[in-house]
Structure formats: C-alpha cells, structure tokens
Design a protein around this ligand. Structure first.
Ligand SMILES: Cc1cc2nc3c(=O)[nH]c(=O)nc-3n(C[C@H](O)[C@H](O)[C@H](O)COP(=O)(O)OP(=O)(O)OC[C@H]3O[C@@H](n4cnc5c(N)ncnc54)[C@H](O)[C@@H]3O)c2cc1C
Ligand SMILES: Cc1ncc(C[n+]2csc(CCOP(=O)(O)OP(=O)(O)O)c2C)c(N)n1
Ligand SMILES: [Mg+2]
Length: 568
C-alpha cells in the first residue's frame, strides 16, 4: 500500500495504540497535521510546545502509556527541550515528533532549521532524523519500543518535510525493530539473589527504600507482600510516593532532604538498606561519606549503570524489580522486627508532636494546613500534580498517597512550570480522576498560558495555587544560608482570580484556614475548572531540612511548638 510519509506516521501511531496527542503546528510539520484529520486521534492544541511535552509526560505518568508530543522545526522543537529533559531524568516514556526542513536544505541554515537531534542527543534515550517516507514506520515502531523498554524514557523523531510529503510502501510488519531495544540481561544473577536473601535474613535493622522503579515495574503488591512477610519498614523517595500505601503501618514516609527526621534517622541507624527501583539521588543521600555507614546495601535496579553509581553496594541485582523481588522473596524467611519498628516509633513520636498539622493556625494560613485539608477533602483519592518548590514538599509531606500514580511531580530536573500542563495530560489520560494541580505563584506563571488549553478542551481540573508572594524555596535558602538577603525572590503577582476568570475558569481566593475545605468542596462541585488562590504565610519554611551536601542525620528540625505558635 503506497501512502505519504505523513499518512504512514498516523497509521503507525494508531497501530501503537495512540489515541491522544499534544501539539502545536508550523510549516515543517504541516503535512503531518493535514493528514491527521483522516485518523481517529484527539489532538490537544497547546499554547507552548513545552506544555505539549509536559502533557505527554503527565499522560505517561498517570497511566504508564507512552505520551506523544508534536511540534514544528526550529523554535517549536527547541521549546520542547525542557520537557524532554524532565522526562529523561524521571524515566518517563514519551515520544516527541518534530517537523524538519526539507532534506535537501539540511545544513543550509534554512528557515526554522535547528539540529534538534543534535540538541536532544544527551536528553533522549535515542533520537531519529527521518529523511525518507520509507523510514517513518520503522522509526515510529522502534521509538515506541525504546521509550517503553527497560528503564523508560523520551525518544524524539525528527521528520523532514519531504519525508512527510513523498510516498512509500507501508508495511507495518516489515517495520518491526531489527535490533534489541533493551539492554536487560537475559537471566537474573542467582548468586546475587542468594546473597541478597542472606543479607536480609541476617539483618536486625533493615529498611526498604522504595523508589519510582516500583511503579514502573508494576510490582506494588509484591513489594507490600515482601515487606510484610519479612517485617521490614519502608521509606519512600519523592518519586516513590504512592507506590506503597501511606496508611500501611510499615510505611515510614519520605526520606531525604525534606524527608521526616525519623525516616532519615532510621536510615542512618539501619544495618541493611534494600534499595528497590531508586537511584540514590543526592537529595536522598546527603553527604555520601556519612550516608548509612552502618548498613550493608542491596540495590535492585533495571539499569546496570545505576549500581555503584552514587553509593557502593554489597549486592546489586540487575533485573526488572518484579523479577528480582520474586526471586529474592523465595529465599527470605518470615521476619519479626518489632524491636526495630518500636525503636523507629520512638523517634517518630517526638517529631510528630512538633508537626505543624498538630498546631493551631492562630489566624494564619499555612500551606501545610492547606495540603493536609486537600488530602482530607478529597478523601486522599485525587491525582495530585505538583510543581516545584516549597508547595511540592508540603504536598509530599501532608497529602497521604495510597495509590500508585496518584502523585505526579518533577523530581530529577525539578522543572518549574511542569504541573499545569502535566495535570492536563493526566486528565486527558484519566478523564474520571479528580485531578488537582498544586502550583506555586512562581512556577504557575511559567506555563499558565495552558489555562487556555483547559478552557478550549473543557477539562475539569482544579488548581490549588499556593500563593506566598515569593519564589519560596529559593527565599528559604536565602533565609537559611544567605543571611536573609532576598535577592530576586519577592514576586509582584497579578490578580490570579481575575486572570483565571479571564480564561473562563471559576476562581476564588482563600485567606483563612476555615475557608479551605469549603473552597475545595466548591471546586470539586463546580462543573468548570477552578482555581483557588490560597494566600498563605509568606515567610514560612519547609522543615525538616538537610542542607545540600550535609549529613543526612544533621537535619534542621522544625522549630519547637512554642516558637512556632508563640510568634503568631
Ligand atoms: C525541590 C525538590 C526537593 C526534593 N527533595 C527530595 C527529598 O527530600 N527526598 C526525595 O526522595 N527526593 C527529593 N527530590 C526528588 C529527587 O531529586 C529525585 O528526583 C528522587 O529522589 C528520585 O527518586 P527515585 O530514585 O525513586 O526515582 P527515579 O529518579 O525515577 O529513579 C528510578 C530508578 O528506578 C529504576 N527503575 C526503573 N524502572 C525499573 C524497573 N522496572 N525495575 C527496577 N528498577 C527500575 C531506574 O533505573 C532508576 O534507577 C526533590 C526534588 C525537588 C525538585
Ligand atoms: C525552570 C526553573 N527555574 C528555576 C528553578 C529554581 N527554583 C526552584 S524552586 C523555586 C521557587 C519556586 O517558587 P514558587 O513557584 O512560587 O513555589 P514556592 O517555593 O513558593 O512554593 C525556584 C526559582 C527551577 N526549579 N526551575
Ligand atoms: Mg511561591
């Protein structure tokens, strides 16, 4: 069957199961847009190509399906760079399709020509420059296989305009990938499995470190069964949140820079760490020289490059986590580690009393209270998509996630502007979900043009804007480490309520604790998307905190209850 390259593109995408794409047209991709009208595809017109990539990413994180973003050449393609890097660092499977100038013009500084495969080489798993219609189907098939395989990630396909316009035979079967798409080892190392099991059986103070790999592997239930069988407490990375139920008594909470003090203390006290699909990010370990020195370490990861990358381990098992856990569990005895759990409980008791959610508000609106109330009012059932900054950390601390894929956030790149478009992607992927974007007043303004996308697509998304009048997380660092010299962090903001209304959303402003839950309920009952402008305390800080590069146990703790309420 002879088709144009543009038709082959859509034929291939439909065969890959694609139903929704996020994009923005322009000259070099116009043939593809023209052909799109003949195919059963929902195209979401974004307002900026960065938004398209975050939407594809949010779509992927909400479901595990590959998200697709489309842009034209030159500025369209370069606008995608931040979103591609964001997906790369958090192992999110997206495929980005860009138009390119005609193949004969490549290298001539043609209008809107950018070497986007060159630009994105370090931030994609792989990328393709397609110059012939006959190469389109093969590139699409391989790109999807690569995006999904092993450790997932972004792949880019750059297609010249003539490759879209000219005709070629379309043969889907013949376009199957010819080279292996995964470097996964064929068999699991049985000796490493046995060593891991022996270390676990011998440990008296073990901690499981639960990372994003748990959900990427889809082995949440196996991890729960494993932790209960061996009676081992579980600490979460930011991206592991939701992979192990918050309400499970074995769940300690988040580790790392803004993790709870008892979690980090348990890690520093442990005699064994079992890292499950997490990559020992520096936000997690603090100073590597003093990190969990008393502990033996087991690392279970699908990517061999992660083993011994940041933290030297005693045993590394390279496999899909579900395979590794299954193999190890066969050799692990039923455990009773109640003494260890009680010890951690004592550590926790002390810190929990000082927790801000247990403190009166004394007339102030604290972001921590807003997050806690959002959790209560949504029954913990929302899909929460957070931006980057203090509000992101408060959400992680005070919204208790029970289910996988219910927290979507940019961890590795920490991309401000991620939340609003990623929430759009999540809502398109899961139309029945109660989707909340939790954004700061800084990051929201980086991609708020996508409010127009929400209106045009009639999406029911709610936005909790944590408005503190500052680039809060940076202000906090200035307060702690730069003598309160607030260089370039105060924000003069627009009237966010009017702004949301101008885009056709409902909107309200909240200034006191008593209004929080009624406003959240109003948003949930409103047919239209709604923005709530929470005017929170301006100079509030996220506690506890391990200063960057400091020892994990050297946390700046929450001020005492007296200090916290006395100042009120
Ligand atoms: C402002 C800010 C503050 C932050 N503070 C903290 C903090 O206090 N605590 C914290 O934890 N994080 C924090 N982060 C996030 C941090 O930067 C990292 O993004 C996060 O710790 C990474 O979590 P992860 O290792 O679980 O996930 P990823 O980085 O996604 O790594 C996943 C790992 O799982 C592996 N994997 C993938 N698929 C599989 C599979 N099928 N089987 C087995 N393995 C698999 C991958 O190879 C990889 O090694 C913060 C981020 C920001 C922006
Ligand atoms: C694109 C981008 N630029 C800069 C930063 C550095 N940064 C991290 S947090 C932060 C402040 C975020 O402010 P806001 O969105 O208001 O959230 P808050 O911390 O106040 O909750 C900044 C500037 C970043 N993470 N991403
Ligand atoms: Mg702010």
């Amino acid at each position: 069957m002879q088709l144009t390259g543009a038709q082959i593109l859509w034929e291939s995408l439909v065969r890959e199961g694609v139903t929704d794409v996020f994009g923005y047209p322009g000259g070099a991709i116009l043939p593809a847009y023209d052909a799109m009208l003949e195919y059963p595809i929902r195209h979401v017109l974004v307002r900026h190509e960065q938004g398209a990539t975050h939407m594809a990413d949010g779509y992927a994180r909400a479901t595990g399906r590959v998200g697709v973003a489309i842009a034209t050449s030159g500025p369209g393609a370069t606008n995608m760079v931040t979103g591609i890097a964001t997906a790369m660092l958090d192992s999110s499977p997206i495929v980005c399709i860009t138009g390119q100038v005609g193949s004969k013009l490549i290298g001539s500084d043609a209008f809107q020509e950018t070497d986007i495969t060159g630009v994105t080489l370090p931030i994609t798993k792989h990328n393709y420059l397609v110059r012939r219609a006959s190469e389109v189907a093969g590139a699409v098939r391989e790109a999807f296989a690569l995006a999904r395989a092993g450790r997932p990630g972004p792949v880019l396909i750059d297609i010249t305009k003539d490759a879209q316009q000219t005709r070629a035979d379309f043969d889907w079967e013949a376009a199957a990938p010819r080279r292996p798409v995964s470097r996964r080892p064929p068999t699991i190392d049985a000796r490493a499995v046995q060593s891991a099991a022996t270390l676990i059986n011998d440990a008296t103070r073990p901690v499981i470190l639960c990372g994003r790999g748990v959900t990427l592997s889809g082995c949440e239930q196996a991890l729960i069964a494993f932790a209960r069988h061996a009676d081992i407490p579980v600490a979460m990375t930011l991206l592991g949140i939701g992979s192990f139920p918050a309400s499970d008594p074995l769940n300690l909470g988040m580790m790392g820079m803004h993790g709870e003090a008892w979690v980090n203390a348990a890690i520093q006290d442990a005699d064994l760490l079992i890292a499950c699909g997490m990559r020992f990010d520096d936000r997690v370990t603090g100073n590597l020289k003093t990190y969990a020195t008393a502990a033996r370490k087991i690392h279970l990861d699908i990517d061999a490059a992660e083993i011994n990358k940041n933290v030297r381990v005693d045993v590394g098992v390279v496999a899909d986590l579900s395979v590794a856990l299954d193999a190890i569990a066969r050799h692990v005895q039923k455990g009773d580690r109640s003494a260890w759990r009680q010890h951690i409980g004592v550590l926790k008791g002390d810190a929990a009393v000082r927790d801000i959610k247990n403190l009166p508000d004394a007339g102030h609106l604290y972001a921590a209270h807003v997050m806690h109330d959002l959790w209560r009012a949504t029954g913990g059932n929302a899909v929460v998509v957070t931006d980057v900054g203090q509000h992101q950390m408060w959400e992680a601390q005070y919204y208790h996630h029970e289910r996988p894929r219910s927290l979507i956030t940019s961890g590795g790149l920490g991309t401000m502007g991620f939340a609003l478009p990623a929430a759009i992607g999540a809502k398109i992927a899961r139309p029945d979900a109660d989707v909340w974007a939790v954004v700061g007043d800084g990051g929201f303004q980086m991609t708020l043009c996508e409010l127009a996308t929400i209106s045009q697509e009639r999406l029911k998304i709610n936005i909790a804007l944590v408005n503190n009048g500052y680039l809060g997380m940076v202000r906090q660092w200035q307060e702690f480490f730069y003598d309160r010299r607030y260089a370039a962090t105060p924000l003069h903001n627009p009237d966010f309520v009017k702004l949301a209304q101008a885009y056709g959303l409902s909107a309200a402003s909240v200034t006191s604790r008593a209004e929080v839950i009624p406003a959240i309920n109003a948003a949930r009952n409103d047919e239209r998307a709604m923005l709530i402008d929470f005017r929170v305390e301006q100079e509030d800080s996220v506690y506890p905190m391990v200063p960057a590069g400091a020892d994990l146990h050297a946390m700046i703790r929450r001020p005492s209850a007296i200090v916290e309420t006395g100042a009120d």
